[in-house]
Every structure is written in structure tokens, then in C-alpha cells.
Design a protein around this ligand. Structure first.
Ligand SMILES: [Zn+2]
Ligand SMILES: [Zn+2]
Length: 256
């Protein structure tokens, strides 16, 4: 059985048919879900889902795009029995303001909010779900400087930057999803074998990044085996073995 280590089941796109989405996942061998925090406004929905479905867990966190909505109050739910991590948090420089001043201010804000969440994770002794886009160097530096190896975590939707592989020795895992099946995934295909096998996780990032051949449609955990199949072909490791390995990895990291 598989665990989808990153799916936004609290997203509005599942309001209508979450029961069916979860049932379809089970049919495809995906029987555990981790719902990362993105905007503080969605936290209530994530908790509701985790209280209804025994096999769903959540993380509390503020995505870099929502940095200005950071609200410390949300983090009181870190002690909830179904909360397994802090995140997703991190740095995302993909769409910074054009002007120099605005750019620096946005980077500064993102770093501040990321730092606060690293501290919370260390205090709570929970792993981090880290989101990095176009900000590998700054993110890596912060994770190392702030001693986040004490709790470790996952670089979700791992961007295939080889420099980040060094974080494996600080207790970080690498989340691989639908991008692996895209025809332009050359970089990730190349780097995949360099990820230590005991640090490899699978995720969908649903409703985003739908794997082939469903690209363009809403993503859901039931599609995750397509990613595992692709990884098994690329690594030359039997699919069943790979499932077991990644599921053991997830259990070790998130301690559910
Ligand atoms: Zn993300
Ligand atoms: Zn996400």
C-alpha cells in the first residue's frame, strides 16, 4: 500500500466528491494521505477531513505565497493527534515583484515566515514539509544554518537541483510526483537515481501536477501509482519493492 505524502484534499476542487476520491485511491492501493497546510484559511477543512477519515493526516503551515497571511494562532493545532508535520513552508521566488525594492521586501518576508516555521518545527519536534521554487540556494542555507536537521523533513516536489541532495545527510527526504512522467522531465529523470533510496517519497501534489496520461485533468491520489511505475522503470527496481520502501520511509519521517 502507498501513502500520498502531499495532497491538498482540503482544496475546493474536492468539496463535492471527496468520498469517491478516497474510495478510488484505495482501489489503486493508495491508503494514506498527508494534507499539507497552505493558506491558514483552509486549516479548518483539513482538520475536519482528518477527523472524518482515519487514514488522513495534516500539517500546519503557511506557503510562501501566503506569507503575508501568517497567523501564529493556527499553530496551536500542531498538538492535534493527526498533525504530523509543519509546512508547507519555504521560499518561492518564481513570481517576485518586478522592482528591486519590492523584490527584496518579498524575499525578506518569505525568509522571516520560513524561519518562524523552522523554529516551530524544532520546538514541536515535527518534520518540515518544505516548498522550494527558484530559491534552492537560500532555502538550503536557511535549513542548514537553522539546524533544521534536528527534525528533518521533505523537500516536496523536489526540483531536481543536485545541490539539494546534500540535505539528505541532514535528515531530509525528497518528494517525487507527477513531473517525473512529463516528457520534459529530463532533469528529474537524470537525478532520480542519485536520491538515496531510504530518502525517497512519492506524492501527487493533487489537485496540481497531474501525471501522464491524465495531464490537464484534476489530479488525485489514485494517480500516484503512475508515478511509482515510472520510477520503478527508471530505477530498475521492482514496483512492489519500491512501494514498500517509500511507504516505510514515509512512516519513519512522519511517525504516524
Ligand atoms: Zn508546494
Ligand atoms: Zn502543495
Amino acid at each position: 500500500m502507498l501513502v500520498d505524502t502531499h495532497c491538498h484534499l482540503d482544496d475546493g476542487r474536492y468539496f463535492e466528491d471527496l468520498d469517491e476520491v478516497i474510495a478510488r485511491s484505495a482501489q489503486h492501493g493508495v491508503d494514506r494521505f498527508i494534507i499539507p497546510g497552505a493558506g491558514p484559511k483552509d486549516l479548518g477543512r483539513a482538520i475536519e477531513i482528518c477527523e472524518k477519515y482515519e487514514n488522513a493526516y495534516f500539517a500546519v503551515g503557511v506557503h510562501p505565497y501566503h506569507a503575508s497571511e501568517f497567523d501564529e494562532k493556527a499553530f496551536e493545532f500542531v498538538s492535534h493527534p493527526k498533525c504530523v508535520a509543519i509546512g508547507e513552508c519555504g521560499l518561492d521566488y518564481f513570481r517576485l515583484p518586478e522592482d528591486e525594492e519590492g523584490k527584496e521586501a518579498e524575499k525578506k518576508l518569505q525568509k522571516e515566515i520560513f524561519a518562524v516555521q523552522i523554529e516551530i518545527a524544532k520546538k514541536a519536534q515535527k518534520p518540515l514539509i518544505v516548498h522550494i521554487r527558484d530559491a534552492s540556494e537560500d532555502s538550503k542555507k536557511m535549513l542548514i544554518d537553522m539546524d533544521s536537521g534536528k527534525v528533518g523533513g521533505v523537500l516536496h516536489c523536489y526540483n531536481a537541483d543536485q545541490n539539494l541532495l546534500e540535505l539528505a545527510k541532514y535528515g531530509f527526504y525528497f518528494g517525487v510526483g507527477g513531473v517525473l512522467t512529463f516528457s520534459n522531465a529530463r532533469k528529474l529523470v537524470e537525478v532520480l537515481p542519485q536520491i538515496p533510496l531510504d530518502k525517497l517519497l512519492f506524492e501527487t501534489d493533487a489537485p496540481y501536477l497531474t501525471p501522464m496520461p491524465h495531464r490537464g485533468k484534476r489530479n488525485e491520489p489514485a494517480y500516484m501509482p503512475l508515478v511509482v511505475k515510472k520510477a520503478s522503470e527508471l530505477l530498475g527496481i521492482n514496483e512492489e519493492k519500491l512501494c514498500k520502501m517509500s511507504t516505510d520511509n514515509a512512516k519513519r519521517l512522519f511517525n504516524y
